[in-house]
Design a protein around this ligand. Sequence first.
Ligand code: GLA
Length: 707
Amino acid sequence: MIRRKGNIFRLETPSTTLVIKADTAEYLYYGKKLASGGGFEALYGSPRKLFSQYGGTDYSESSVLVENTDGGMSTAFAFSKCKIWAEKPETEGLPSSYGEGKTLELKYTDAAAKVSFFLYYTVFEDSDVIAVSSKLYNGAKKELYIRRLASVQLDLFGKYSFVTFEGDWARERQKVVRSVGRGIFYNDSKKGISSHERNPFVMAEGEDGVYAVNLVYSGNHKELMECCESGRVRLLSGINDFMFRWKLSPGETFTAPEAVICYAPTEDEASLRMHAFVSEHIVRGKWKKKERPVLVNNWEGTYFGFDRERILKIAAAAKEAGAELFVLDDGWFGKRDDDTSSLGDWYDNEVKTGGGLASLADAVRAMGLDFGIWVEPEMISEDSDLYRAHPNFAMKVPGREPTRMRNQLCLNLADEKVQNYVVRVISDVIARSGASYVKWDYNRAVTDPFGKNVPQGEYFHRYILGYYRIASKITKKFPFVLFEGCAGGGGRFDLGSLCYFQQYWTSDDTDARERLKIQSGTSYGYPQTAMGAHVSACPNHQTGDGNPLETRFNVACGGTLGYEMDLSVLSDEEKRTVARQIAFYKEHRKLLQFGDFYRLGEAFGENIAGFMTVSKDKNTAIAVVCASKQVIGGELPYVRFKGLNPSAVYEVTAREQSNYRSAPSFTAGGDVLMGGIPLRDIYEDTEKTQYGGRLYSRLYILKKCKA
Ligand code: GLA
């Protein structure tokens, strides 16, 4: 809801209030919902600004910075007008949130330079968040250059921690907490993609609660927190200004990516709101609310070394186990037997597919499974027919040896010809295979940003616009297909990508112990339906560690379930275990995929960690609890359940697991469970893995007892 009184706008979600004074571009209040209806005069002259510009006395980092039409770098944007839209206006050329949401438009103009700056605040009541975006319009007769246009600014007062999600390949989104003293703290990517290293989702956590911010963008981003001498803590988020210089010709508009903000009293609440926002206003299409299929992917089972017979054997075992979808990963096209060739040659490898992709896909479907396919649309191998025919399709600086990663180069997506080629050939792969699922991979970062006729300062953004154009065209052509994004694991796990791909491969690290951390970190900003989570072979291919099959499954229940292994080589007992797991997952899939998701314990540093999902009516829940090690003679493993009805009594039953002799069952009040109970039986695991210390894990089903 948006209420207006003169120049004061009160934006309300069910539990938060944002009060904006439009004429002075300040916000008077943002936080817990205000019960009183007015009396904001006491806050006039607030040092909290909606945006900041260079040229006045604010020497902190500015949100807007332009080389102006008058040749200088100072601006003087002053209030010109405002408007309330009944519906959210479209964000041109960029992915953004959608759905019902009243929107406040504010316009500020630099009269001398004839440049206007617009801000949009959309209230999404159902998810308790506000989406913010901005744009610049050049009304002058001369061009200007944008050097920075942050999507959102929040000015806070008090002591805050800057919470970020950082890592690397196979170690994505580990939670990092920095307390913000005087100075400037950055979280950014210069890799051309949102990156494994630093996700655009960040939080400012203070005594008054949590301010969470995410960006609907997949390219170079930058979030900063600056604590200045007055004690004001400024949080900015937007396109990274690293190498950024965008020419805005007369009459042109530049739109910055959208950001989403929420205030919540706790981290758990902030996550629930972000999850609701992503599920309702970012993820699109037929699969938005549909239960996601249990898949089997051959990658770690075969890598590049497969033929038709091997694939059909794995598919048969997948069907036998109860899986619903088989995904053929890398290696089915061109002459692709390793990672040195063929990216770009999206025609069938007749030998490996044994008669072509369509016939292999048909054979899989004849078994009663859906068929899914892996592609890596945005890349090119130098050893490919595509490169031999169009070397200029590759991104590289003329006359200079390009930097190679995984023996491949990026395509120059800033070029429309290249975009059109990709759309054509990838659409053809999907059409001819009849795939109902596509894994869309991206296995290296940008190193030689260059495109003929593209100014360097515009390259990174134009590159991402190219990615969006391709993704938009292909996903629109195939509305029934479930798309799972991937970037060497979770290197482009962001809201921009999730506007096209309903789920994302969370990480190439499928070791349960590591996955628990990666999924936990990811879950701060993203819902569990977005997280691809697979059970893989033991010992784990990334870490070499071993974990019981049941532990691997329990942890994978924290996302959309798959098996990333050759199921045909399992022992009969293991096959029975997998079949029981899949049946269990399907039975509880709605709750697991769409319930309210909470983290349990602390995956970053403590012995007990896990997660739980709770039905909206709080009558049922599933909790996965893991213990990193058995502390001999130490503290009992306590777990505090979350999200339950405190006055209800629950029957708590452990899932029958092949590595535990018994499956205990007990009843307890919701308040008792949330207060914390000891879980002694977690150490009764009978599996003696030969690969070192295992992650102990049990899964509990909670059902409200009849009154
Ligand atoms: C990336 C993905 C993997 C797999 C390989 C194939 O690393 O993250 O899951 O698809 O590429 O080359």
